[in-house]
Ligand binder design. Structure first.
Ligand code: NAD
Length: 511
């Protein structure tokens, strides 16, 4: 029987499977459903944890606690909330290496990349420190004679976040930071594949002084998610994950009267025009395709080579591949780690096979990578002469497989990107300012990079795709994140002035 842990210690990988439970009302609550799932160290293939899966009753308990904590939390002054966020910021920064280590041990990404993830999450916490300014309303004096009008934004109540495996710390921060700063209380349902970082962060929030019940974590699968989607006391749902589940979350949450933002999958195109700096484009393609083993929703998975740049570009990408260092994320020399699970590794590898069968040229085959042990490693793969009908092009592979599609003209390249059902990120490599501007004008995607391969917006803008990459109206974090977690109220006010008071049954008009 594995033991229930309180503060998860980053060095636990040596101690056999640990039990990972819920965080409700400021304490670890062992699950009682009798259901659980395995957590692995992807670099060794070893099972390091057992995560409890919440039953509906456990989710109900977390929501009830969050609901109870809401009135006092929303009444806390903005200056005190901002103070708390500065403390949270300090603690997350101080423990960034501990958090990164959890990510490497359960997700597999290399430590430097995990630290980058925490740094990008911290940006969103930084932004939340400015909550007094972010919640500023507008005021109109004398809108009508003796009447002032002003707008305020108020929290929704209990909000929930459901997050994917690939950013176990940053994506939850995209949600809980603006949600809590705006005065909501929160229930997080992290990915069951790498849940430990969320518990560690829960303890940091408590240490910072966030009152018990304001932030809760329920572990689990579809049962926990459905319980949140259907719960009458959950007012808002943020989701990040794959497109089929995002669509389901949006439809089910909306059918239960909730505000929903659901970010889905991606197939990000990087268009390289003939005038581009080929070395710069190749460096960018390799970094953006294989970083985090391609398990990023903003990874470049398709390079669109325009005109005669194709041969030069494929050659430049190919010559960089043997130099990449693939190994355990804890080894400082590693640039790319394993995939998250064995099943996922095998599924990703199947696209090299199907690509080859369907006519693509396999320039590099990641299955040839030789590694010791049972880790979920796959080397980097490059498929050339991919066409839009092939599975490797149509599906979101979410692994270190880069496809190159060759087209004749800029127009064909843009049409390809625009006809793709996804519209998360997109990039263009060119020295031609006019072409880049035209691209920005007409490309159908939410985040555009001009000579920038992974254009994840800074925290004071908002993150979100178009088309099948986002369901709902709001992007996450930044101004749209604050809007999502608040609702507007407009107050029209007059102070009593007996001298002007009359009975008037007409419809109020400005005077
Ligand atoms: P996933 O959709 O399998 O899981 C996401 C969350 O949904 C998890 O918490 C999971 O427990 C839950 N879930 C899974 N199946 C469910 C079901 N049937 N019903 C209810 N809940 C369910 O995604 P993943 O594999 O964890 O993450 C990878 C995906 O996330 C990729 O498609 C990637 O593009 C996407 N992603 C998108 C963004 C973005 O910003 N658009 C960011 C990161 C990841």
């Amino acid at each position: 029987m594995s033991e229930v842990i309180h503060a998860p210690e980053p060095a636990l990988e040596e101690q056999g499977p640990k039990r990972i439970s819920h965080w409700i009302g400021g304490e670890i609550v062992p699950g009682e459903s009798g259901r659980s799932g395995p957590v692995y160290n992807p670099a060794t293939g070893e099972q390091t944890g057992v995560v409890d899966f919440a039953a509906r009753e456990e989710v109900d308990r977390a929501v009830a606690v969050a609901r109870e904590a809401f009135p006092a939390w929303r009444a806390l002054s903005l200056s005190k909330r901002s103070d708390l966020f500065f403390r949270i910021r300090g603690l997350v920064h101080e423990h960034r290496e501990d958090i990164a280590r959890f990510l490497t041990l359960e997700h597999g990404k290399v430590l430097s990349d995990a630290l980058g993830e925490v740094a990008r999450g911290l940006e969103v916490i930084d932004h939340a420190c400015g909550i007094p300014t972010l919640l500023q309303g507008r005021f109109t004096e004398q809108a009508s004679t003796g009447i002032d009008v002003y707008s305020i934004r108020q929290p929704l109540g209990v909000c929930a976040g459901i997050t994917p495996f690939n950013f176990p710390a940053m994506v939850p921060m995209w949600m809980w930071a603006p949600a809590l700063a705006s005065g909501n209380t929160f229930v997080l349902k992290p990915s069951e594949k790498d849940p430990s970082a969320s518990l560690f962060v829960a303890e940091l929030l408590q240490e910072a002084g966030v009152p018990d019940g304001v932030f809760n974590v329920v572990m689990g699968d579809k049962v926990a998610v459905d319980s949140l989607l259907e719960h009458p006391d959950v007012a808002g749902i943020s989701f990040v994950g794959s497109t089929p589940i995002a669509r389901y979350i949006y439809e089910t949450g909306a059918a239960h009267g909730k505000r929903v933002q659901a970010l889905g999958g991606a197939k990000n195109h990087m268009i390289v025009l003939p005038d581009a700096d080929v070395d710069m484009a190749a460096d960018a393609a390799v970094s953006a395709a294989y970083g985090s083993a391609g398990e990023r929703c903003m990874a470049v998975s398709v390079v669109v080579a325009v005109g005669d740049v194709g041969d030069r570009l494929v050659e430049a990408i190919q010559e960089r591949l043997p130099k990449l260092k693939i190994g355990s994320g804890l080894d400082p020399a590693s640039e790319m780690g394993p995939l998250v699970t064995r099943d996922h590794r095998d599924k990703v590898a199947s696209y090299i096979e199907s690509g080859s069968e369907q006519g693509a040229k396999v320039v590099a085959d990641g299955r040839e990578l030789e590694v010791d042990g049972d880790g979920f490693f796959l080397g980097v793969s490059l498929l050339d002469e991919v066409t839009p009908e092939m599975d490797a092009y149509r599906d979101e592979i979410f692994g270190p497989v880069l496809s190159v599609v060759r087209v004749g003209t800029y127009d064909e390249a843009v049409r390809l990107a625009n006809e793709n059902p996804y519209g998360n990120g997109v990039a263009i490599y060119t020295r031609d300012g006019g072409a880049a501007r035209q691209f920005q004008f007409e490309v159908e995607a939410g985040m555009v990079g001009i000579n920038v391969p992974i254009p994840v917006p800074v925290a004071y803008y908002s993150f979100g795709g178009w088309k099948a990459s986002l369901f709902g109206d709001s992007h996450v974090y930044g101004p749209e994140g604050i809007n999502f977690y608040t609702r507007g109220k407009v107050v029209t006010s007059r102070w009593p002035d007996p001298a002007t008071s009359v009975v008037d049954l007409g419809f109020p008009q400005t005077r």
